[in-house]
Design a protein around this ligand. Structure first.
Ligand code: GLN
Ligand code: ZN
Length: 770
């Protein structure tokens, strides 16, 4: 019999119950005991639910109060020195995850420690806490969550499969602890393995038959020493334990990274959504006992599975291995999907057809069970489910909602000239200099101004229908007037309208485009207790009408200074949404690029001289394997250019990225061919600045003069130094003066103080360098 399994479940809860409990604990509203009761309740309901769905291998141990990698670190005693004085394990855990600030009381000392670094978990939008290792790191197993959770489930009569983060991934994702000379964290493997063995033995002693060891690092381009580490780790584990080991790779292809470890594991999990071709390559590599776990149901997206296709793949595996050596699974943990479509009442009422195409975690577990049943009992046993699935897929394929002939026609016939601006930057620049007549070191901001409570309340009232469209419009206009007056007072050179009408740079535009919809409860964890609810791109994208013209033109009417139009770029619009999987990403991105192109041209026609198209997500969209980079960069850059190339030479195109670590994709950034690019520079990284000189970057650049994440107001001298540093590498004529990013999360007083200093910097520089 093939086994229906799961790799992980959305621990945040059906209605984000865990988030609410954890945050209540942080704010002192509930005690540690109450938090424990709350999370155990959530766990219990999740285990029962998965069991009721018919899953046979139900995961435990992947449930975390903040982050699973942080759990792993704490349970192995990987506690950076600065947290060791915090004795209470729960408080220490949260201190490592999010920092802690507590005033001294009569009985306790003051605590003030920042959080550990956070990084993106592979190419997901989830962020994990980066473990910090010391060169002489010792490991000690303490209160492992996986054992605790396994026992809790067992006490409830539910047999689970414990999940742990694998030793190589754990070390490989970690870094040298602060204050130590950089060393290879993998060198700690010989010391770490015995602790893993101890953990596995504890799990087996508790009664676990299987353990799932997550080793997603298997999908990276790996140097030989890391590949060797996999072999070393699993050889040792296999020799010292008898619990059955399932090593899980996901989010990409394993290629030959598995060759060293494969002989030493009982089962291997592959992501056949991302790498379906690996079924054929891996089947012949297995010995005659090993089990293959087939990641057939997409754990990263929200669309129904093609059950017939999945069953075929499963049959192929069964033909090679027999039914006893196949697991059916999601591609990765379902924690990356929202909880269930049953909460989507609005979509159900307004667009039941769309609802029939959606599958969140609970629905995905049903799909897994259906595939397993089709294999075990024959397709007939699930014929109704398969027929319904086929009908939904057919409706998706043929629906007028997913396919707009006009959009398709236009996208298939884009003239070659539309993919780039007619003239090179030097020529455009002459026209722009003439038109804009800006001073040396022009000052500007990145788009948003503080979104205070007043704005949020007005937006909420408007969304609830308590504020009429006319009143809301008047309110937004009032805000824009205030923001324009503010910029006038501070003395900036290129203005923005301030984005008071936008709650989010992607969702806002999603509402103004065809092809997008929005869930009510489609939350996924981004980090800690923080969740995001990405919009859904389900159909061909086109503008419903002009999107930003009214606001921008109104803002421009209030000032003689040039107004900068503000749009979100095609790659970011796509990357921060749940994207349809029935056409290619290139097609989706091209459609968005075309829609934006029309908006850019409309802005120009309406008299807007500068247009910024933000692309903060270009870098995070980079594929994990280097071999895939060029193809990605080619189309993502092309789509950006498609969106911006419809304007005349005199119209200045800006773009913005919220980071500065793009040395390895510099050529692509340059190929965006934006007239002005603004980037983050709060860390003043010499390496970053040098590359502009090295690559002879010849377009305009605004490297942020202050960090917008902090209320701190840097002095004139401090900000000036950033530009002076940059002048070593770039000619003064090309430099702008601006903050790192949008000011949405800041308050007005610090914004005014920082921008006033920033304008002062520009004035001083003009005097010095004129
Ligand atoms: N224009 C946006 C803003 O200022 C840019 C935000 C971003 O880069 N993430 O808010
Ligand atoms: Zn930014």
């Amino acid at each position: 019999m093939v086994v229906a399994t799961n790799l992980g479940f959305p621990y945040v809860g059906a209605k984000r119950e865990l988030k609410k409990s954890v945050e209540a604990f942080w704010s002192g509203k509930i005690s540690a005991d109450e938090l424990k009761t709350a999370y155990q309740g959530i766990q219990e309901s999740h285990w029962k639910l998965q069991k009721e769905q018919g899953l046979q291998h139900i995961p435990s141990g992947e449930f975390t109060l903040y982050d699973r990698v942080l759990d792993t670190a704490q349970q192995f005693g990987v506690i950076p020195t600065r947290y060791q004085h915090i004795k209470d394990p729960l408080q220490q855990f949260f201190a490592m995850g999010r920092g802690i600030q507590k005033a001294a009381t009569e009985t306790t000392e003051k605590i003030d420690v920042p959080a550990q670094e956070m990084k993106k978990w592979f190419d997901t939008n989830y962020h994990f806490i980066v473990p910090e290792f010391e060169p002489t790191q010792e490991f000690k197993l303490q209160a492992p969550r996986s054992v605790e959770q396994y026992n809790t489930a067992k006490a409830l009569g539910i047999e689970t499969r414990p999940v742990i983060v694998g030793p190589v991934t754990f070390l490989h994702l970690g870094k040298t602890a602060k204050g130590f000379e950089e060393f290879d964290t993998l060198s700690l493997l010989p010391k770490l393995i015995p602790v893993y063995i101890e953990l596995l033995n504890q799990l087996q002693a508790a009664g676990a038959e299987w353990v799932q060891i997550d080793e997603p690092a298997l999908i990276f381009d790996l140097p030989a020493n890391v590949k060797a580490a996999f072999e070393e780790a699993y050889k040792a584990i296999n020799a010292a334990t008898s619990i059955k080991t399932l090593v899980a790779a996901y989010f990409g292809r394993v290629e030959d990274n598995i060759s060293g470890l494969l002989p030493h594991v009982d089962a291997l999990h592959l992501d056949l959504v991302r790498a379906p071709e690996e079924l054929d390559t891996v089947l012949p590599l297995l010995n005659n006992k090993q089990i293959l776990s087939l990641g057939l149901v997409d754990g990263r997206n929200i669309w129904i599975n093609d059950l017939t296709k999945s069953i075929k793949l499963a049959q192929k595996a069964v033909a090679a291995l027999g039914t006893d050596r196949v697991f059916i699974a999601p591609s990765c943990s379902l924690a990356h999907s929202p909880f269930s479509t049953v909460f989507e009442k609005k979509i159900a009422a307004k667009n039941p057809e769309l609802l029939s195409w959606l599958s969140f975690s609970v629905e995905k577990t049903k799909e897994i069970v259906t595939i397993a049943t089709a294999i075990n009992q024959g397709v007939d046993a699930v014929k109704d489910t398969i027929a319904a699935n086929a009908a939904a897929l057919e409706s998706r394929r043929t629906s007028r909602q997913t396919s707009n002939p006009e959009v398709r026609e236009r996208a298939s016939k884009i003239p070659a000239a539309d993919w780039k601006r007619p003239d090179v930057f030097e020529v455009r620049r002459q026209a722009q200099v003439k038109k804009l007549n800006l001073p040396l070191f022009p000052t500007t901001t990145i788009g948003s101004f503080p979104q205070n409570k007043e704005i949020r309340v007005a937006r909420q009232k408007f969304n609830k229908g308590e504020l009429s469209p006319a009143d809301y419009d008047a309110f937004i206009k009032g805000q824009m007037k205030f923001m324009v007056d503010f910029q006038e007072r501070v003395g900036l050179d290129v203005f923005v309208h301030g984005e008071p009408e936008r709650n989010d740079m992607v969702e806002h535009f999603g509402h103004l485009l065809h092809g997008y919809d929005f869930t009510e409860n489609g939350w996924v964890v981004s980090y800690g207790s923080r969740c995001v609810k990405p919009p859904v791109i389900f159909g061909d994208v086109s503008r419903r009408g002009p999107m930003t013209i009214d606001e921008t033109v109104y803002a421009q009417s209030l000032t003689k200074k040039p107004m900068k139009g503000m749009l979100t770029g095609p790659v970011t619009m796509m990357k921060w949404s749940f994207v349809r999987d029935d056409i290619t990403l290139i097609e989706v991105c091209t459609q968005i690029g075309l829609a934006l192109r029309d908006e850019v041209v409309d802005l120009e026609t309406a008299g807007i001289p500068c247009i910024q198209v933000d692309e903060p997500a270009i870098r995070e969209g980079l594929p994990i394997r280097r071999a895939d980079w060029d193809a990605y960069l080619e189309w993502s850059v092309a789509c950006f250019r498609l969106s911006t190339a419809g304007v005349r030479n005199e119209t200045q195109i800006h773009t913005h990225m919220c980071y500065s670590d793009f040395n390895d994709i510099f050529d692509a950034i340059s190929a965006l061919d934006a007239d002005v690019i603004t980037i983050e520079n709060s860390k003043s990284d010499e390496k970053l600045l040098k590359i502009f000189a090295l690559k002879k970057y010849n377009k305009e650049l605004g490297a942020g003069t202050f960090d917008i994440h902090s209320p701190r107001v840097p002095s004139v001298e401090e900000m000036k130094q950033k530009i002076v540093d940059l002048l070593k590498y770039m000619p003064k004529e090309l430099l702008w003066v601006n903050p790192d990013c949008g000011l949405k999360t800041r308050a007005w007083p610090e914004t005014e103080a920082a921008l006033t200093n920033m304008v002062e910097v520009a004035k001083i520089l003009r005097a010095e360098y004129a």
